[in-house]
Ligand binder design. Sequence first.
Ligand SMILES: Nc1ncnc2c1ncn2[C@@H]1O[C@H](COP(=O)(O)OP(=O)(O)O)[C@@H](O)[C@H]1O
Ligand SMILES: [Mg+2]
Length: 439
Amino acid sequence: MKNTEKDRLNNQTEKRYLWKRFGNGCRETFKNPIKLVILIAFPVLMLGLHTKYGDMLRFDEVKYVSPIFLLLIRNIIPILMIGGTVFLLILFGTPTGSAKFSDEFARIGFTNHAGEVPVLIARQKDKTNRDITIYEFDGMGIPLADWESKRQSIEAALNIHIVKLSEGRNKRNILFHAVPASGQLSDCIEWNDSYLVQDTSSLVFGKNLTGSNVMVNLAKIPHILLGGSTGSGKSVLLKLLLMQALKKNCIVSIADFKGGVDYLKVWHDKCQICFDEDALIPLLTELVAELEWRKTVFRETGCANLDMYNQQSGNNLQRHIFACDEVAEILDKTGLTKEQKEKVSQIESKLSVIARQGRAFGIHLILATQRPDATIIPGQIRNNIDCRVCGRADNVLSQIILDSTAAADQIPKDAAGRFMLHDGTVFQAYWFDDAKLGG
Ligand SMILES: Nc1ncnc2c1ncn2[C@@H]1O[C@H](COP(=O)(O)OP(=O)(O)O)[C@@H](O)[C@H]1O
Ligand SMILES: [Mg+2]
């Protein structure tokens, strides 16, 4: 780009910043009593000065001076008053750290094609959570997707954790909800029953950087895929979810082909657990039959989903959760005989019916695995599991689960119970000791 063109753009940008800051200042002043007092006091003081000392600036006896210059001198106090008020408004509208932020963007090369960096135009504490600061930027035409892809560099440059990234009042403005980078998640947060969400369909995973609960509502996003390498905390998280499901009066069935050693007796009392294909096929057949039955009943009663049916009919049909830790052990066909492969295919086809249709009928899948690739979990099942959670992982695993390497980049290699949700939220899963799953 030619230099003159660049200068013209820079000029235009400068004017736009000033104008924005002025507008911002007006809004800020009316929100902040101290700023309002200063803004009123300043012109009052200047007017006072003008009344008292204005005559001294008349210079009536001065000759041979341009009348325009004289006029300016005589009115210097009102001129300073207006200029000063505008300056104050611009100052009030310029958030602290604005220049530093722009410099940091320039350093990491986060600019638009004209080489302009985004500009911080407002910064305020979130009213609902004082730990969060909301930053508003003029994005200089850089689309939200580019902010997303540069999220990590931006976080490092600005020394913050971005909790949420979104468009502002218009497409030009970008909003960050962020917490200081020093606000780290705790390594272990014990589950407490008071975290249980009251509705019948929401399950809590853990706590995010702002201290809020991270959860999924199965009525909206019906199935969950938990991924992560060995020791990342999948089994603990799976049990945390199943424990909540039981407390919400769901019917929980578990496939555990490792002989049931992973599940203490209390789970066997409360859930249906199957140990091999021969037990799993009838269990899934039953679940699919239940789904078909609910489909007919809901159609006849004109109900769109389980909650609506329960409300209208006064019945209390329960949600069913089918869970499987290390689902690859069930679905991996390598080295199997023809007959065994046939059984796995049956399991796959039933799981895929539930994955495609389970939502409205309250039949849900929670699958955990460290190998979620397409050769193990067929696309028909995987593509219908929208709630994706990934723990400590390498790039490939993170990519398969979240469609990005974000989990590999952001979850420390020695973390346990630290996960990332499909929307990029990092959280520490609640630590749940199943020995306490009594009563
Ligand atoms: N939410 C958590 N908070 C703290 N530590 C955890 C958490 N979940 C798991 N861990 C630790 O990690 C270890 C492995 O967890 P586990 O669920 O068995 O991993 P995976 O099933 O992914 O192999 C646990 O024994 C525990 O020490
Ligand atoms: Mg495990």
